[in-house]
Structures are given as structure tokens and as C-alpha cells.
Design a protein around this ligand. Sequence first.
Ligand code: GLA
Length: 728
Amino acid sequence: MSITYQENNKIFHLTTKNSDYQIQIDPFGYLLHLYYGKKTSHDAVGITTFYDRGFSGNPGDVIGDRTYSMDTLPQEFPMDGTGDYRNIALSLEDCKGTQACDFRYLSHSIKKGKYTLNGLPYVYAREEQAETLEILLKDDVLGMELTLLYGVIPEINCITRSAILENKSSEIVTVDKAAAACLDFLTGDFDVITFHGRHTMERNVDRSPVGYYATSVGSRRGTSSHQYNPLMILADQKTTEEYGKCYSMSFVYSGGFEASVEKDQFNQTRMLMGLQSSNLRYRIKPGKQWIIPEVILSHSENGLTQLSHQLHDCINNHIIRGKYQKGPRPILINSWEANYFDINADNLIGLAKEASELGIDMLVMDDGWFGKRNNDDAGLGDWTVNEDKLGMSLSEMIDKINALGMKFGIWFEPEMINEDSDLYRAHPDYAMTIPGRKPGHARDQLLLDFSREEVVENIYQQMKDILDHNHIEYVKWDFNRSISDVFSHSDRIAGEVLYDYMIGLYGLLERLCQDYPDILIEGCSGGGGRFDAGMMYYTPQIWCSDNTDAINRTLIQYGTSFGYPISTVGSHVSAVPNHQTGRITSLKTRATVAMSGTFGYELDLSKLSQEEKDTIKEQVAEYKKYAALIAEGRYYRLSDPKEEHVCAWSFVSANQEECLMNTIQLQIESNMKVFYVKFRGLAEHSYYKDEKTGSIYSSDILMEIGLPLKLLFEEYHSEQLYLKKVEA
Ligand code: GLA
């Protein structure tokens, strides 16, 4: 049993392989958060303190006891209206505009298996892999019920949280703020780790001490965003990759989010994650339910690497679904950086031909094939093949590409519309614009109002027409602007649109996943602007960044690895000088970086020399050899590329028989210090052989002292060392 309830002291224990989470129902029916941390069967009793604190008041029914305050107690789900002045998880408003709620315990149930969420992505598990705790709370004055959902997946040390609000009154109740998870810590000095960035430079790691203020990151862009990722880690200030306590929250949602951490007046720390509140005002009508999207919690006592491994396991085994969950993904050649908008059947078939000779599996026709799409100011919304531009029908072209032994994939940006499109001319109201205002443009495009079913249906039918009549095995699903001008030509108010938009988007993705189970969908939002666990439920891989520069990518992929497995990281070798930075790196360095992802190429192969083509052929063969190790092996960050002049990382197979270690020399100095790569995760007291050179290494020495890298006069030099365990 991973979930137990003790009637005598009203404590729930949620137990995973290495951690324990405790909740107590207090005498007033509030839920107190007692403990989350290292596994223990002991109850965390006697840890809550009661003092008469000035300006920390007492709930209305706690008469005569000035020591009981929601402002000081550790809580499971802090709400607006109970006297807690810290950040709160929930704020509701009644029909008169009064903002207050006060939910108290009513009942609970413990079930086998993991709960599911209607219309939203969620962590799934087989019945024997998980248990669910549902705690039902009620606010009698509002006539609202709140069910807190906990999913416990012991094997991967993850606990999920979500909540469902149900309006049992006869009036509308409006949600102004809704987080899915809150963690309160009575003790501890923490750092908060967040992942900030910008277009083409996503998920830089920031680690700062939690101070006496509320720190929050989030996105008001309607997407999870390039700027902040919906992943937050709280780590003991002494925690490193290998040692120490840390906790993470990861949002299974791709829209706007808010994550905060604060140290309160008594040194207690609170961490919260949920929906972005600045544009949330959701009316729950009488009799209706409303779901707060899910947050994955994870905890490690052994540093950040273990935390990452748990999150990787969660995403690989409990988020990603379908045919491509396990097993090799195709190696792609993508037309974008090869031809941009200048595509036609001749150059695409030519690219496919060159690629097929190198062992590449699939040609992806990127932007430019539909409507009047010759640059980025027209055509979005018109998903009809521009046969004049291609020079033949799509199916004819695909037949020719398939005849070369190549699969075929295609690009869509389903949520967008250009004003210069037939769809806009026919249905201007489908675009998100505010009546009377000139809509904000980005990349010359507007958003389609996916909160409306008829808009989603229109796009579904257009996509279906393309997918039904052509042999397409992959779809790249792009999204190239932030949302603005939030307004719906429907009965929704603005505060409801972004949530319903996500329901519309997820509904369409789900329909396509069901209709076309053999199609691999790769997510993308100008690269990694929607790189989150929510999208991964539908799109097993996501284009990690529009930046294909190998050196910048080491940083981007390093940051990404904290919360997301390599199997999700779309990564390609592109041309030099690099189109985003102008930097020149060797083909080997570019491939070493791109191999730490779902490998592919994105350049005009016809411009390469025979020698370069031969190298690519070898790289493709090499990647195929390592593909399973890379996708399924344990990923180790062996250096911090922000701080060190070498970026080093490795993959170790589950049985510790194989290891692929990678390094990139980021900087070069005269008379350099030697960089030792300290391996991790190998079998102790064992020997490993480099099959290329025949050299044998002791795992203990590799892990205790490290492998000295050669001093070379070459910036951006890369090494890949493939080791196999051998008998002594
Ligand atoms: C975005 C994507 C690119 C490419 C272009 C096409 O920027 O991230 O990979 O698909 O759109 O317009």
C-alpha cells in the first residue's frame, strides 16, 4: 500500500520507493502539510507550533484560541479568505464579487491505479503501478466542492497533484487563481532553480537562494514559453548533482503558468505551481466541474541527477504514449535550414535522394508547401497543397520519396492564421482579436480562437484531408508567436479563453493521436517555446530550439536535461557558418551535440563535399548503433557548461554494460589546465573497454579521478567515447 490513512491521528502517508509525504486533517477540518522528504514510517507529529502571533489572525470558528493561525501553519492547499497572507493556491469569487473560500474536509477515498483527467494531459499508470488519494473538501457558504487528487507512483518517486472544483450551488462561482500543488517546509535553507531563456536560447539554469520575498516565474503568453519553463526545483543550499535534498514541480500543461517560492516571516518556505492567474477568471456554472491541470512532484535525497532521472522516467514511461514511446525514432532530414520557403518537388526529392544514400530515414517538408505561403506573411490557415509551387501533387511527390526508401513528414502550424489567407477572408471572427482594437501581430500572424469548437473542427477537417490522402508518417506541429488580444467571439469572457484554448488544442491533438496512431508528432514553438510535459503527452519529441549552433545547444540541452529526457529533445546537425550565430564548428562536434537528442540533419546536402557526405554516412550508422542507449540509458551531466570550459555528459545503459561519454571543448586558453571527466553511473570495481582503441579503463578510477582530456589546440573539439563492460 503506497497510501495509508491512520484514523487515530488523521494522518495520510503517501509513500514512494524513497520518499514519504504526510498530510493531516486537523480538528477544524483543514488539511495540514506535515512532511515531504526522505522515506520514514514515523508520523511527523508535534511539529506544528501554536503561538499568539501579532497580525496572524485566526479563522472565524476558532473562537478563543489566538494561537491557531492559517498564516503560520503548513498547509496542503492554502486559499484566499482563511487568513493566510502568503501565496495561495486558490482564490474564488462569488456572484457578488466577494473573494473568499474556506474548504474543509468532508471525506476521502483511496483507490488502486492513477486518476485520469478529462480533456487534459496527465501522468498515466497501470493499475498495479499507482494509487490515488482523493480528498473531498467543501465550502458550505459557496456551495462548492473541491477534490484534491494525489497520484502516487512509488517506483519513480513521483507524486502527482491535481484538483477538481464542482459548483453545487445555484450561482456562478469564478476562479481567480488556481494552483495544483503547494509544498510548505517548516525548516530548511533552500535555493530555487529555474529555467529562463528567450527565443533560440531556452532553458538557461538559474540557481538563487530563496529570500524573504516571494519569487515567481511564469508565462502570460498563453504558452509555457521560451522565457520560463514550467519546471521549478527547490534544493537544499548544499545540494549538488550527486548529494543532497531537492524537490521539483513540473506542470503537465502547455499554457500560461505561475510558479512561486517564498520564505515567510518565520523562515518557512512555500512553493506553488499552477495556472497563470493574471489572465484567469473562469466562471464555473451551477452543476459544472472544472479541473486544475496536474503538477508532478518529485523528491531526491541524492542530488539533482537522481531527481532528473525520476522526471525522465516519469515522462518516458508515464507521459509519452503510442507507437513511438519506446523504440527508435526516425533520423530526419528537415527542409527548413536547407531551403526555407523555397521548396518544390525537385529540391525536396533531391534532398531525399541525397539523404537516403546516407542512411537517413525520413524527409520532413517544413514550412512553405500550402496556400500562398512563399514567406511568413501569408497562407497560415489554408492547409491545401500548393501544387503549382511544388510542381506536382503531394501524393505523387511522397510516392517518389517513398520509392527512395525514405519516409515522409510534413509541417503544420494549426493554431495560427494570416490575415492574407482564405480562411481569414471567410471567417475573420476565427482569429483572436479584440473588437475595436487593432490586433497585435507577431511574425505577421494572428492566433486562431481554439477555445471555439467550430474553429478547431475546421482545422481538424483540413488536416484530416491532407493526412487521409497522403502517406504521411510524421507531423511537425509548430506555434510561432505568443498569444495576445485575448477575446472570443463566443459567450466566453476573456478570463476563460486561454484555459478553453488549451482544452481545444489538447482535444485536437488527442483526436489526431487516436485517428493516426502511426504518425509521430514532433512539437515545436519557434523551437522550444512549448517544451513541457503537457505537450509530451501528445508529441513524444519537441524541437528543442531554433538555435542549431552546437555550442549554444550544449547549454540549451544541458538546461533541458534537468526536467526532460533525451528522448524528447529534437536536435539536428545544420550547416556552417551556423545560421543563428555565424559560428563554425566541425561536423563531428555538430553531430556529437545533435546525437544527444532525436537525431537529424537540417541542411542542403547537395552543397557538401563527398568527404562530408561520407562522414555523415558514418555518423548516421554510429547513431543507429547508440540510439537505444541514448534514448533509454541514464543521462549524466558530467560538467556545468556555464562554469567549466568543457561540456561533458554521458549515457549509461540500465544494466551498466555500456556507456557513451561525450565532451565538447567550449573554450581554449594557452597552457590550459587538464580537464578530468569524472564518470558516473558505471558498475563499481569493473573494467570498461573502448572498442575503437582497445584501451581498458577501471570504472573506479574513471569515477574517482576521471579521464584526462587531451590538450588540443582546437576550440570546439569534441570527443565521443563508447565503452563496453568487460571481464577483468
Ligand atoms: C519555426 C520553427 C522552425 C521552422 C519555422 C518554419 O521557427 O521552429 O523549425 O519550422 O518555424 O516557419
